[in-house]
Design a protein around this ligand. Structure first.
Ligand code: PLP
Length: 470
């Protein structure tokens, strides 16, 4: 047996200049890239081993929501680990697990009935898909023929096979296409910048998209559809794109017409990111099933979840009284403790109000500074969740070629000491349907001064990047 000597791994002794790459044993996302060793994060700053201090203007991928280094959360996790670090879900539960689910359910004004806690957004989506399927097996009368899902093009719902199958992220699906379930079809997303016809009213656009969804139900056989799946504000796939007013009401009406469920993926846009705890609160609807993730635990533990309404849970309770699903680490006590504490802090410190207030300032300042830039095509978002989409030609909104990796390059440039800012990149697609964008999604307790600094730094960054490219 070979023992790995951790203290000599990855050149931690500095033999390779302290860099974790080259001899890295990590199966990184990119095998030829050099990854920057992060030694510490505190408040809104990331501290790198090479001495750089980076302002985290995106909270990773919209994960961080109370900033980094919060001792209250660290202590809550530690206390839970000392009390009961693990809980096998077959016979046992923990107080933190029960309390977290109760508080999540209560936060929905009685609409949701139960919560299911897992470790990642992808796992949450897998559980949501299976829950929808199981609901139709247990509903009275049972509808076992419902095996299909309808989702949206240019969407992302996770990386595991089920979640990937439901999503429409072509690049991430491509290599695994033969492995993905085939009972999924996709309609257009609500993406006004690229989807709305010139001069088209919001109402007309919504009616057109509702008809497209209705037609898709009819095409595949409405009695075969389990659920329509969508993200209320599209995060990584499109870059912080909220729907136009009435869109979700119209989509839900189509689902209801055909008896299908509505699953909303709030892994990225939920838990306060858009200014209300649940993004659906701003759409005037409540989904049947909802997934949550990133800002649930704010990055302090891998934790995500699924909420299901009474229609779904009642059917299971009156049916087999079980959910045929389970993970070794579901409802993990450390994850639950972290999520509970993060959510308490959001509430006690009134951070949703700050998301709304700072979000309004962020929007205004971004528009003031960047709207006129010749390579900025669109600025859109909600709360503290803003996307800037870049275009090669402003008049025609032509995106840059995907292979130019504009957003990635620009974000990487942001890490240079001249800027020292972390913004999250999203790539364009080869078919030009979506463009390169960056996401700005700071922690919910970001200050006005920090917002001003973020906007002026991003303005400088965008200006310098395109000046050097043109
Ligand atoms: N759903 C959405 C909307 C996401 O943005 C993501 C991740 O970015 C996921 C699901 C998958 O979450 P995870 O990466 O935690 O598995």
């Amino acid at each position: 047996m070979v023992l790995i000597k951790l203290d000599s791994a990855a050149d931690a002794d500095g033999a390779n200049g302290g860099k974790a790459s080259g001899t890295s044993a990590v199966l990184h996302r990119h095998l030829s890239h050099e990854f920057l060793p992060l030694t510490r994060s505190e408040g809104n700053y990331l501290f790198l081993e090479d001495g750089r201090r980076i302002f985290d203007a995106s909270g990773g991928a919209a994960v961080g929501c109370i900033g980094w280094g919060n001792k209250r959360v660290a202590q809550a996790i530690m206390a839970q680990i000392l009390d009961a670090p693990y809980c096998a879900s077959i016979f046992y539960t923990t107080r933190v697990h029960e309390e977290l689910c109760r508080s999540l359910v209560n936060s929905t004004n009685g609409h949701m009935s139960r919560a299911y806690i897992v470790n990642s957004g992808s796992e949450a989506m897998e559980a949501a898909i299976k829950l929808a399927r199981q609901y139709f097996l247990e509903a009275s009368p049972a509808q076992p023929q419902r095996t299909r899902f309808i989702s949206r093009k240019q969407s992302y719902h996770g990386i595991t096979l089920g979640a990937l199958a439901v999503g429409g992220h072509e690049f991430r699906r491509e290599k695994f296409e033969p492995l993905l379930m085939k009972n999924v079809s996709r309609v257009s997303p609500c993406s006004p910048f690229r989807g709305k016809a010139a001069g088209e009213s919001d109402d007309n656009y919504v009616n057109r998209l509702a008809k497209e969804l209705d037609d898709e139900f009819v095409r595949v056989g409405p009695e075969t559809v389990c659920a329509f799946v969508a993200e209320p504000v599209v995060g990584a796939a499109l870059g912080c794109v909220p729907a136009v007013p009435r869109y979700f009401k119209a989509m839900q009406a189509v689902c209801q017409k055909y008896g299908a469920l509505l699953i909303l993926d709030e892994v990225m846009c939920g838990m306060g990111r858009t200014g209300t705890l649940h993004a659906w609160e701003q759409e005037g609807i409540v989904p049947d099933i909802q997934t949550i993730g990133k800002a649930l635990g704010g990055g302090y533990q891998p934790v995500a979840g699924v909420l299901a309404n009474h229609r779904v849970i009642d059917a299971l309770e009156q049916g087999t009284s079980s959910f045929v699903h389970g993970h070794t680490y579901q409802g993990h006590p450390a994850g639950c403790a972290a999520a509970l504490e993060v959510q308490r802090i959001i509430q006690e410190e009134g951070l949703l109000a700050n998301v709304q207030e700072m979000g309004n300032i962020l929007e205004k300042r971004l528009r003031d500074k960047l709207s006129d830039h010749p390579n900025v095509g669109d600025i859109r978002g909600r709360g503290l969740f803003w996307g800037i989409e870049f275009v090669a030609d402003k008049q025609s909104s032509t995106p840059f070629p995907a292979e130019a990796h504009v957003a990635m390059e620009l974000s990487e440039l942001g890490l240079d000491e001249k800027y020292s800012i972390n913004v999250y990149p999203g790539g364009g697609s080869a078919d030009g349907i979506r463009g390169d964008h960056i996401i700005i999604s700071p922690a919910y307790n970001v200050s006005r001064e920090e917002i001003e600094m973020v906007v002026s730094t991003v303005t400088r960054l965008v200006g310098d990047y395109f000046a050097s490219e043109n």
